[in-house]
Design a protein around this ligand. Structure first.
Ligand SMILES: [Zn+2]
Length: 367
C-alpha cells in the first residue's frame, strides 16, 4: 500500500488503515517479521525516474512506512514491479533487503521458490522473490476466485511442492474487480493454516529463515505489465487495455517528454528546503504517476491528474516569479499540443490542460 492510498484511507476509512497496521503487528508477534512492505512514495516507474527523484521516492516511501507502521521496512514493492539494476542499487543503499518480481524478470531464479540474490555495486546485494505466474494469473483474472476449494486445490496439489509459493496481484482484485473475492481469500488463508505441512508466512520471515543463496540475474528494464520492458510508460509499444479497438498511443512519448522537460526546469529541493520548495519536489515526482501512461487515451482521468500536478508545480513557481511561471506554462502547452487524443471532441492535451485544469484553477491562484 502506497502513501497516496494511505492518505485516502486515513480520511475515508480509518478502520481499514488501522486493520492494516494491526495486521502487521500481529504478523510480527507470530513470525518475528511484519507482513507489510514499503512502496516508493508515488506510484512511479523507478527505472524511468532521474537518479535523484528515484532516491527521494524510496526515502520518502521508507519514511511514510515508518510513520504508519512504527518500524523499519525490510522489503519494498516496486510500482508495476518495474526494475533495473540502478533501482535495486538504490533500494539496497537505502537499507532495504528484498523486492518481489514476476517470473520473466529474473533469470535463474531458484526452483524451490526461495529468494535469489542479486549482487550489486560496492559489495551490496539484494534478495528477489519471484511469484508464481500461473497461480497469480488465475487469481487476478478470477478463474481461481470462484471457489476456495479450487484455489486451495491448486496451491496444495503438487507431489513435489516448492518450499515457498507466492501469489502477487493488485489489491483491488479482492472486492473491487471481483465482488466477494476478499471472502474467498480469507477462506483460503484459513484453509492453509489448517493444512498439514503448510505454513503461512511473509517474505521477510522466509528471508530471515532461509536467506538468499542462489545468485540470479535481473532482466532489465522490465515490469509485470509491459512485455516490452518499461516502454508502456514512454512509448507506443503496443500494450493497451482494449487491443480490439483501433487506437493510437503516440501521445505517450509526447506527454512524458513534456513533463521531463518541465521537471528539469523545477528546482530540486532537499529536506531542509522551505515548505514551498518541498511542494515543488512532491509535484515533480507525482506528475510521473504511472497510471497516466497505462491506459489507451490521453483524455482519461489519469493523464489529466498528472497534468494537474504539473499545473500545481507551476503555481508554486508563480507565487514567487509569475513571469517565469507563465513562460513555463506556455512552453508546456506548446509541447502538449502534440499529444493527440483518439477522441476528436478532445483534440489534444493542451486543450485538456486549458479546459479541465486551468478552466477551474487559473494560473496564479494560491497553490
Ligand atoms: Zn508494452
Amino acid at each position: 500500500m502506497g502513501a497516496t492510498l494511505f492518505r485516502w484511507l486515513e480520511r475515508e476509512a480509518p478502520n481499514v488503515l488501522d486493520a492494516a497496521v494491526r495486521g502487521d503487528a500481529a504478523s510480527q508477534a507470530r513470525l518475528g517479521h511484519g507482513n507489510a512492505m514499503a512502496q516508493p512514495y508515488h506510484h512511479i516507474i523507478l527505472p524511468l525516474a532521474s537518479p535523484s527523484d528515484r532516491r527521494t521516492e524510496v526515502r520518502w516511501g521508507i519514511e511514510d512506512f515508518r510513520r504508519r507502521f512504527g518500524r523499519d521496512p525490510v522489503g519494498m514493492w516496486l510500482p508495476e514491479t518495474a526494475v533495473d539494476r540502478a533501482t535495486l542499487q538504490t533500494l539496497a543503499e537505502e537499507g532495504l533487503g528484498f523486492t518481489v518480481l514476476a517470473p520473466h524478470q529474473v533469470a535463474g531464479s531458484p526452483a524451490d521458490g526461495l529468494a535469489g540474490r542479486v549482487p550489486l555495486d560496492d559489495g551490496r546485494e539484494i534478495a528477489v522473490f519471484v511469484y508464481d505466474g500461473k497461480l497469480s494469473h488465475g487469481v487476478a483474472f478470477g478463474e481461481l476466485l470462484k471457489s476456495e476449494e479450487a484455489w486451495l486445490g491448486r496451491l496444495l496439489d503438487d507431489s513435489q511442492p516448492p518450499r515457498l509459493r507466492a501469489i502477487a496481484t493488485d489489491a483491488e482484485t479482492f472486492g473491487h474487480h471481483h465482488r466477494g473475492a476478499e471472502r474467498t481469500l480469507m477462506g483460503v488463508v484459513d484453509g492453509l493454516r489448517n493444512a498439514a505441512g503448510t505454513r503461512v508466512e511473509n517474505f521477510a520471515s522466509c528471508l530471515a529463515r532461509h536467506g538468499a543463496d542462489i545468485e540470479v540475474e535481473i532482466v532489465e528494464p522490465s515490469s509485470w505489465s509491459c512485455e516490452h520492458g518499461v516502454e508502456r510508460w514512454r512509448a507506443e509499444c503496443g500494450c493497451k487495455m482494449a487491443p480490439e479497438v483501433v487506437s493510437q498511443q503516440a501521445w505517450r512519448p509526447v506527454l512524458r517528454d513534456a513533463l521531463v522537460w518541465l521537471a528539469g526546469e523545477l528546482p530540486i529541493a532537499d529536506a531542509a528546503a522551505a515548505p514551498m520548495a518541498r511542494g515543488l519536489a512532491r509535484d515533480r515526482a507525482a506528475m510521473f504517476t504511472s497510471c497516466a501512461w497505462f491506459f489507451d487515451d490521453i483524455g482519461g482521468l489519469e493523464p489529466i491528474q498528472v497534468m494537474s500536478y504539473a499545473a500545481h508545480a507551476i503555481d508554486i513557481v508563480a507565487a514567487t516569479d509569475r513571469e517565469r511561471a507563465e513562460r513555463l506554462e506556455q512552453t508546456l502547452l506548446t509541447r502538449l499540443a502534440d499529444a493527440r487524443s483518439n477522441d476528436p471532441d478532445i483534440g489534444d492535451a493542451a486543450w485538456l490542460y486549458r479546459s479541465r485544469i486551468r478552466g477551474s484553477h487559473p494560473l496564479g491562484s494560491p497553490p
